[in-house]
Design a protein around this ligand. Structure first.
Ligand code: ISL
Ligand code: CA
Length: 553
């Protein structure tokens, strides 16, 4: 496997609104991040991925950009950004930004011009269509509820928006649009950033027939058959690579629904010169029913493990994977895959062990390093996320039992991951001296950085230990992967090895003890890391215990 800095990296994802507020306006900002750079460096991570900080009306918290070259004043503006980048580099870290170019904000000047008239030179920057039978051009529904088409009376046509109506989709068919985007990308590389995470890149090429979805209420099917992986997607990515990406030593990771085992290599096969990595959602959508996130089904643990095996098998030797268990779009990793009550500490550490011993580039989401959990706000008015609020409205219109729906919100809302970072036990968890834009999780008095710093047994210090261990054991980065107990209902046991070394990882995904009955010569291994006081028998795993063993050389 060819080596590269971005393959060996551990990435720390920051959701800037919720990280650290420096000026008391309740909104996290860039000076706030600067004040925490020593903390970030102390984790042992290599790269910061910063969610969007560009100028934006914030209909979708920055994923609706109105100026691609400007840092939002709310976050501190361009001078603060320049200082951040310089300090990040000064610490030997790198910075990856978000590139959101499937859509812009409706307040971007391109769209403001586009909507003025059918003859506007910007008309073709977006998708405009006449209606059909007094309604929208087709039956597509947006990721965030309702039709993907919004009527604009000025020109008596509809425009396409796969997300909110303030996020009109850019028309990549238009070469001028593509050139504008490549110029933006080039602008940021010239400014010195080290890569891009490309938002919903799987959606940029549209099926121009705009054919009705056959089962519009089936979310996954519609994504796969209508929205994602359009006919020119790879042509566009290869063009972007040739025009700009290939000219810099940077990293790219594409995000997007509809990226699956069958098509991933088209994006990341080394020989195709498109992207370095993609995020897939096979494990993240594992508890989604046909209606999506607000139609949950039970998590299938055997399938969960299978996802890791299948992806490793598919990419090995050809492309490179990305490993993550949470981000700003999903509920908290410990609440989903671990146990956020009695065994919160144990299971947070165990999940850290999983993350940091898989093959691929590892992404740690802010707050997971201290075991932050989901939140259960009592009122829908406590929520901010547009996806949550729209789903709520739809459920209300359908006449659903709203108490039951509230439970779903508690479980699934993206705001679970967006409550402020919990720094200490002072007011607002030390996040802000003002009123935070979204409430702090009330458990901040128990779960916060300040308490965990001095405690050598804390989740935080366990992350540091695991990250350092991974750095010292390249076998965990590049080595081969094998699941040792794929059918076991609660044990995740796998092997990582290369020419020089071998590690075993045993993880108990349950609240009861278990015997890891696997056919291996345990005498040849010694315990390197455990998330609990090391027991005498590595095969006997306590609830949520994780053990990493290394072959004795
Ligand atoms: O969040 C999801 C499910 O609840 C995903 O389907 C998500 O909408 C999808 O992966 C795209 O996410 C990205 O683009 C969105 C933005 O809202 C997300 O925050 C971003 O990560 C639109 O730009
Ligand atoms: Ca602020």
């Amino acid at each position: 496997m060819k080596k590269a800095w971005w393959k060996e990296a551990v990435v720390y994802q920051i959701y800037p609104r919720s990280y650290m507020d420096s000026n008391g306006d309740g909104v996290g900002d860039i000076p706030g991040i600067i004040s925490k750079l020593d903390y970030i460096k102390s984790l042992g991570v290599d790269i910061i991925w910063l969610c969007p900080v560009y100028e934006s009306p914030n209909d979708d918290n920055g994923y609706d950009i109105s100026d691609y070259r400007k840092i939002s004043e709310e976050f501190g503006g361009d001078p603060a950004f320049d200082e951040l980048l310089e300090k990040i580099h000064g610490k030997g870290l790198k910075l990856v930004m978000d590139l959101v170019v499937n859509h812009s904000s409706d307040e971007h000047e391109w769209f403001e011009e586009s909507r003025k008239s059918k003859d506007s030179p910007y008309r073709d920057y977006y998708f405009w269509k006449p209606g059909k039978d007094n309604g929208p051009p087709n039956n597509w529904t947006s990721f965030f509820s309702g039709s993907t088409w919004e009527y604009d009376s000025r020109t008596d046509e509809y425009f396409l928006h796969l997300f909110t109506k303030k996020q009109p989709d850019l028309n990549w068919e238009n070469p001028k649009v593509r050139q504008e985007i490549y110029d933006v990308v080039d602008y940021w590389f010239k400014r010195g950033i080290d890569g891009f995470r490309m938002d919903v890149i799987s959606l940029i090429s549209k099926q121009l027939e705009f054919e009705d979805a056959s089962n519009p209420e089936n979310y996954e099917e519609t994504i796969k058959t209508r929205y994602a992986n359009g006919p020119r997607i790879h042509e566009f990515l290869q063009e972007m690579n040739k025009e700009v990406l290939s000219k810099y030593d940077i990293m790219t990771v594409g995000e997007g629904p509809g990226i699956d085992l069958d098509n991933a290599l088209f994006y990341v096969d080394d020989s195709r010169d498109e992207l370095n990595m993609v995020f897939h959602f096979d494990h993240m959508f594992i508890d989604n029913g046909p209606g999506g996130k607000y139609d949950p089904i039970e998590m299938n643990f055997i399938r969960f493990k299978e996802v890791f095996s299948q992806w490793d098998e598919r990419l090995k030797g050809k492309g490179w994977g990305s490993i993550f268990l949470g981000n700003h779009d999903f509920s908290r990793m410990v609440s989903r895959f671990g146990s956020d009550s009695e065994f919160r500490v144990e299971s947070s550490k165990m999940l850290a062990m999983l993350l940091l011993s898989m093959r691929g580039t590892v992404y740690v989401y802010q707050g997971d390093e201290i075991g932050m959990t989901n939140v259960a706000f009592p009122q829908i008015t406590d929520y901010n996320d547009v996806e949550t609020l729209n789903s709520w409205k739809e459920a209300e219109e359908r006449g659903e039992d709203m108490n039951a729906f509230m439970k779903l919100v508690h479980k699934q809302s993206r705001d679970n991951a967006r409550t402020p970072m919990q720094w200490d036990s002072s007011q607002n968890a030390g996040f802000s001296s003002g009123t935070p834009w979204i409430k702090v999780n009330p458990n901040y008095e128990e779960i916060n950085v300040a308490d965990q710093e001095p405690d050598s047994d804390s989740i935080l210090n366990f992350y540091r230990k695991m990250i350092a261990f991974r750095k010292n054991n390249p076998c965990l980065v590049y080595g081969d992967y094998q699941d040792l107990a794929p059918q076991h209902p609660s044990l995740f046991a796998f092997r990582r090895w290369d020419e020089d070394s071998e590690s075993l990882v045993l993880l108990n995904f349950s609240s009861t003890e278990l015997m890891a009955d696997i056919n291996l010569d345990f005498d040849k291994f010694e315990i390197a890391i455990s998330n609990m006081d090391e027991g005498a028998d590595p095969k006997l795993l306590l609830p949520w215990q994780g053990i990493l063993l290394k072959r004795i050389n």
